[in-house]
Write a protein that binds this ligand. Structure first.
Ligand code: ZN
Length: 477
């Protein structure tokens, strides 16, 4: 976004136009009007950050209208160099509309930069009960502004810091929710051949739906920790992020500090992953429900942290997967040949040359990028509900991925049989019914087969699909 300086006369003209729009809406709809603008100091009134904040503010207003059952009679937005503007004519008492606006202004950090004026039927702006505080020093009232106690640079820096911190906190909250949701959604998809779902425990005797739910809940803080680790500059030590008192809460390299190398980030993530595994075992009574997801989704959250910016939000799926490959490739390739064969996956690598989930991640998750994510999105577009689309997507994964869990339980023969069965149901792009998949589920259970690796990749698919969707909602205009 090109940042453009504006003149005083442009500001005055824009202000006159705003009053004209407000009056026109009042006259036409005979209802209170919200006039929402951003309070940005200095000659540049629109930045990438301020524009994102404005869109987010509009979304909060729309959600507030739904929450309060306020009928919206008219809506209008303008994006001008003098600032973003939104207008809403609301069929509700002006005092109630004002109360919602104040609530939003006070509820979130970036609300300090929102000017959500409400104009009553008499054409007058409703006053706030409580005065707003100064964005630089926090003192209440307009004293700082009227006496010009702070420089434009101070105001601009405080604005930038406010917005970066606000978007950072939102992103962390969002990411934890998305990852937790992906695990819960994955286990709930029914039917899934051989796996725990809502109908049965698949080929498992030591876990059920509630084991997975407990595990997913125990991991909620982990995803955010991985994201924070990805953001950490090379110089930062310990878990003291964001650094209190630092000028900016965002510790990316553009702030003048070197980022960690991709491999360093991966090394920093590993102890977090080990702790997450212990948290999982504590929650499940010693059952391994999400070890693969802890690894794969953890790396992705770290990758997202490395490429997230307050201006752009979450990176694209391609960027995330490329970053995950950069983070892990060297380390995993160096480790695989000398591994001590502690895990089933390592033993299978020795036996069959299958690199398992770690090889998938080191390659940038081609099974997700090229198969499961496009298939899942296509099935949703075709009108399938999320459960059915996810169940069919799982078959595509089983048909195409070397699943070490299948190899471990069924050997080469069992894994080949599973692949063949899954392929049979999806040949030529056919979409099997839930009944057909349930029949395959029974066969997997009889043969004691469970495609746990594919289940983890399904969770990743559900996660990335929601993440992409989140971005398009946030960025839309
Ligand atoms: Zn002040």
């Amino acid at each position: 976004m090109k940042e453009q300086e504006i003149t005083l006369s442009e500001i005055l003209i824009a202000r006159e136009e705003r009053v004209a729009i407000q009056n026109a809406l009042l006259g036409k709809y005979q209802a209170p009007v919200i006039s929402f603008t951003m309070n940005i100091a200095g000659p540049v009134k629109v930045t990438a950050l301020s524009h994102r904040a404005f869109l987010w503010g509009c979304e909060q207003l729309r959600l507030g209208f739904v929450q309060n059952r306020f009928p919206v009679l008219a809506e209008k937005t303008r994006s001008l160099p003098t600032g973003d503007e939104a207008y809403y004519a609301i069929d509700a008492p002006a005092e109630q509309v004002k109360a919602l606006c104040v609530e939003i202004e006070e509820a979130v950090i970036m609300g300090r930069l929102f000017d959500m004026d409400v104009i009553g039927l008499d054409g007058k702006k409703l006053e706030r009960d409580a005065e707003r505080s100064c964005i630089v020093c926090g003192k209440p009232g307009r004293d700082c502004a009227s006496r010009r106690l702070h420089t434009v640079q101070e105001l601009q820096q405080a604005t930038k810091t406010n917005l970066e911190l606000a978007f950072l906190l939102l992103a962390r909250r969002k990411l934890s929710g998305l990852a937790t949701n992906a695990l819960l959604e994955e286990v709930a998809v029914t039917p899934k051949p051989g796996l725990v779902d809502r109908a049965n425990n698949g080929a498992h005797r030591d876990m059920d739906l509630s084991t997975f739910q407990a595990s997913a809940a125990a991991l909620t803080a982990y995803w955010e920790a991985c994201f924070r680790e990805g953001m950490r500059p090379a110089s930062a030590v310990g878990d003291g992020f964001p650094v209190p008192g630092s000028a900016s809460p965002i510790c990316h390299s553009e702030q003048g500090e070197a980022s960690m190398s991709p491999a360093q980030t991966f090394a920093q993530l590993r102890p977090l992953g080990k702790q997450a595994e212990r948290d999982m075992l504590a929650a499940t009574g010693g059952v391994n429900t999400h070890k693969g997801a802890i690894f794969t989704l953890g790396v992705l959250c770290g990758a997202i942290g490395r490429r997230w910016t307050a201006e752009e939000g979450f990176p694209s799926v391609d960027t995330i997967l490329n970053e995950a490959a950069d983070m892990t490739r060297q380390t995993l390739e160096a480790e695989l040949p000398d591994a001590n064969w502690h895990t089933a996956g390592e033993a299978l690598f020795r036996q069959y040359g299958t690199r398992g989930i770690r090889g998938e991640v080191a390659d940038g998750l081609p099974a997700v990028r090229e198969i499961s994510l496009p298939v899942f999105k296509r099935l949703l577009t075709q009108g399938l509900d999320r459960n059915h689309a996810a169940a069919v997507t799982l078959l595509h994964l089983i048909a195409n991925v070397e699943d070490t869990n299948l190899l471990h339980r069924g050997g080469k023969e069992g894994a080949a049989w599973a692949k063949c069965q899954a392929s049979g149901l999806i040949t030529d792009g056919s979409v099997p019914s839930l009944r057909e998949i349930a029949a395959l589920d029974r066969q997997f259970i009889e043969r004691n087969l469970s495609p746990g690796g594919c289940a983890d990749l399904l969770a990743v698919t559900l996660f990335l699909e929601r993440l992409e969707n989140t971005n398009s909602i946030t960025i839309q205009n």
